[in-house]
Write a new protein. Structure first.
Length: 316
């Protein structure tokens, strides 16, 4: 069988133990990255395709006559046309739970840095302001504790639950959002009500037609003045122009953003240098060395299970 990994460079392949893939009976071709213009060409003869973020749309899938298995090197499935794959008899599998510790730690890395203004203090020290201080310290930027704050979680799957557990260890109280327009499930409250009371809003839902633009200008205005927003989910869940305005007007106290609508970004409004209290990281919440190895291991398990006639982690 022939297999191709369309964006193996997203894992920094040289740093990974690729034995879980090499140990299969598949003849692999690895591509550092695959532009959209050559996707169809590269998968035309493949029976197994691995993609992290390369899009497999209906046209590309239709051209891959031998394709039997698509392994998504991620949990999110929005880069694969699942309906087209199903029509073509192609099994699609994803990987779940591999990055939970990494993402949770990144959420609180962003949040702690924002609450304590760590970037501003670091820059001030680099500029020599501590050295010129009249006192042993200088407190030019507000410092707040997580203890006692209210955290609102949107998306309460494995990641959301793990974030909530760690929030409790910091002494935070956790509220779980439910969709507006339905009777809230036990222990949850409508998002529209939750927004106005939480000190921190963190997003852990998938990107779908229901969640695209979920946090827009209306929702940001509904949040408490000074509240924080953390997004390590998907860029399209948040209206980026609305977020920019909420930060520049200082309605929000800060935002930690790991994902954007378009990646890599080009002229994204959040790339400006004059945005107060924004920490922007390049989609790395998932990317600890340990998480990436777990990802490779799980892809290997998915392939072996498929070859044995017992597919695992199927998405339909």
């Amino acid at each position: 069988m022939r297999g191709v990994f369309l964006d193996a460079g997203s894992l920094v392949q040289s740093a990974m133990d690729m034995t879980p893939l090499e140990g299969t009976t598949i003849d692999w071709g690895y591509y550092d990255a695959t532009p959209a213009t050559v996707v169809a060409e590269r998968i035309a003869e493949a029976e197994v395709v691995i993609t992290n973020k390369v899009v497999l749309d209906e046209k590309a899938l239709a051209a891959a006559k031998r394709l039997k298995l698509v392994c998504i090197a991620a949990t999110g499935t929005n880069n694969v046309d699942l309906e087209a794959a199903k029509r073509g008899g192609v099994t699609v599998c994803n990987v779940r739970g591999y990055a939970t510790p990494s993402v949770v730690e990144h959420v609180f890395t962003l949040l702690l840095a924002l609450m304590r203004h760590l970037p501003a203090y670091h820059q001030a020290v680099q500029a020599g302001r501590w050295q010129r201080s009249a006192h042993f310290s200088f407190i030019d930027y507000p410092i707040h504790e997580l203890h006692g704050k209210l955290m609102g979680i949107v998306g309460y799957g494995e990641l959301g639950q793990a974030v909530g557990n760690l929030a409790g260890a910091f002494g935070m109280q956790v509220l779980i959002a439910d969709r507006d327009g339905i009777v809230p499930r036990p222990g949850r409250m409508p998002l529209s009500e939750l927004l106005s009371v939480v000190d921190v809003l963190t997003l852990h839902c998938p990107l779908s037609n229901e969640t695209r633009g979920l946090i827009g200008a209306k929702e940001l205005r509904a949040m408490k003045r000074g509240a924080m927003l953390i997004n390590t989910a998907r860029g399209g869940i948040v209206d980026e122009l609305a977020l920019l305005e909420a930060l520049r007007s200082r309605h929000l106290g800060g935002a930690g953003v790991d994902v954007l609508v378009r990646e890599p970004p080009d002229d994204n409004p959040l790339l400006g240098a004059d945005i107060p209290n924004l920490i922007l990281t390049p989609h790395i919440a998932w990317a600890s060395r340990e998480a990436r190895q777990r990802l490779v291991n799980e892809i290997g398990e998915n392939i072996q299970a498929y070859l044995q006639g017992t597919p695992r982690n199927r998405v339909d």
